[in-house]
Design a protein around this ligand. Sequence first.
Ligand code: FUB
Ligand code: ZN
Length: 708
Amino acid sequence: MHLARALLMTTSCTLLAAAAAADEPHYDYPIQPVPFTAVKVDEGLWHDRIETNRTVTIPYDFKKCEETGRIANFVIAGDRLAGRPNDGRHRGFWFNDSDVFKVIEGAAYSLALTPDEKLDAYLDDLIAKIAASQEEDGYLYTIRSAQAEIPERMRRYTGATRWSYLEHSHELYNVGHLYEAAVAHYQATGKRTLLDVALKNADLVDRLFGEREGQMIDVPGHQEIEIGLVKLYRLTGEKRFLDLAKFFLDRRGVPAGRKENRVYGEYWQDHQPVTEQSEAVGHAVRAAYMYSAMADVAALTGERDYVEAIDRLWDNVAGKKMYLTGGIGSRHSHESFGDNYELPNESAYNETCAAIGNAMWNHRMFLLHGDAKYMDVVERVLYNGFLAGISLEGDKFFYPNPLSCRVGYRFNKGAEGRSPWFDCSCCPVNIVRFIPSIAGMIYAQREDDVFVNLLVPGSTELEVRGRKVKISQETLYPWQGRALITVRPEEPVEFALKVRIPGWSRGEPVGTDLYRYRRAESTPRRCGVLDGEGEEIVEAAAEEDNFFVLKRKWDRAVTVLVDFEMPIRRVYAHDKVASAARRVALERGPLVYCIEAADNEDRVPQLVIREPQEDPVPELDSMRPNWQPELLGGVVVIEGHATTVAEDAEGNPSTTDAVPFTAIPYYAWNHRGNGQMRVWIPTDPAVIEEELAEARRQREAAKKAKDT
Ligand code: FUB
Ligand code: ZN
């Protein structure tokens, strides 16, 4: 067995034994994920990303945390608490502690996969600093502990005293990330150092907040502690942590008992009880973390009302508020969801953290319901809305992720391209903890059902009916839709292997009517057990509920072929999405494509991909995929011919047909210069003519304003 997994099982069992309640009913997700620590990822796109995360992004993020005072904040607080002289002052945002916790979580995941003495020692040292910054009673919030009094300009966010301004203070948000980091560190190393800090803090929070006489009834302004508490509960078996997570959810949107009987409002998802919410509103990261926590608590308590609420919220997000890339949160203003179908391209916010939150939530929805549509969203986010957030080199980041860009547009917190860091660096530090955990979304198990949800080269080992089974995948996905899945049972065992049929193969982009392919039908695919020569399918898989199913006795090493034809597909949005009207997007497999200047001689704003003339037409019509091993780390580009609409000196539009164009995977954009990019491409020259006329009108208005 993998060492880290063995350690994880023994150490967490030790903790659990101390606290597990013997006779309580046991609820959990009906489907259990195979943890990332039990999954080996072989060479390919995700292997590259995990390695870059380990070798570049984790050390880079720690360096940035040092340079920006994030780590010094713990030292200053620790020195002050110990009465040691230190002239330093707290620097940065009041929630910067959370950034350090998030990188520790990512580093711990990385350690669990790849031992690294230097990193282990670095974490020991850093954790000692964090422990020293914790107050006697468990409170941990460096901006308060580092100084006798928080400066006035900051008190507007932190409140003057502990817990007095939870709406904005992030006191509970920060420690939610501490709990997640502590569990990860303990599971990776068996060391209790950070876990003890986390538990001491959780004890304090548990003493102070709750329904009992004298306790405070309030909720965190930024959800996150709920997820952390669930992880503490899973590790320790102490139900009070689960109860506390539920308390924070149940008190949301409920004025009674709250300070001045006041709730915070929509931005915080604190406008209605969580069980009554049906529309995703407010800050998108907060929302996604809350929906994830609701799924966790529902799974662990059997709370049906939560499930009904997150089902409704899913219908709303996936049906009306999600970008084709899986991004959510369309408005820069308040980093929030927009109205239904408000999905602008250029001004899309699509925070990288919100994409991560959307994947976390949808993975949990799958574990709860077992419906493939949730993993379709996970896959869409992974390869598109999330992956665009980090450069191929691993040291530059997007915070917002627009679907269209023009020269000079400073959408990325003042920058035109990916940035090395941000004052508020929630995204770069979220990325480092998310990338290693992606391997935990590949496989899952429900008793005798073994799910292969993502095609990723590598292997895992699980136990079915008490027997060990090794499953390995060989595949060039996402560039090809073919995989060889080999099942090697230690002893003969019967179970159902279920391989997800992706939405893009079934003709359903996201399982709602928000997006549709030009041709809705499925594309050809096959799956079955191969003969001994590995050539012919001798036992075909059944198709059930969007999975290929092979329910059989696995009595020897058997190779299963999965083969999805991967045509280029034209995608259209619901008529109510104004930004996609008379436009098409291109997809191939799980990848959303875009056009950018580097391949198209600055013609991006002029390009029109006309509708095919005959109907039905082959999806491929004039377009073809082309593997480019040297480009952008190796990508399949789409090449085709388009029409361009340009303006002459007098402002008259002129149209040229049969102009070659190249589209690249959206995630890889902005590596060859800043500027032009589009996902949604006009299908009608009139769209460009209208854009040109509008630009002319704006230029004239600006000139007039200048002259007068
Ligand atoms: O408030 C903490 C984090 O900073 C949020 O999750 C992000 O959206 C950013 O505002
Ligand atoms: Zn972020």
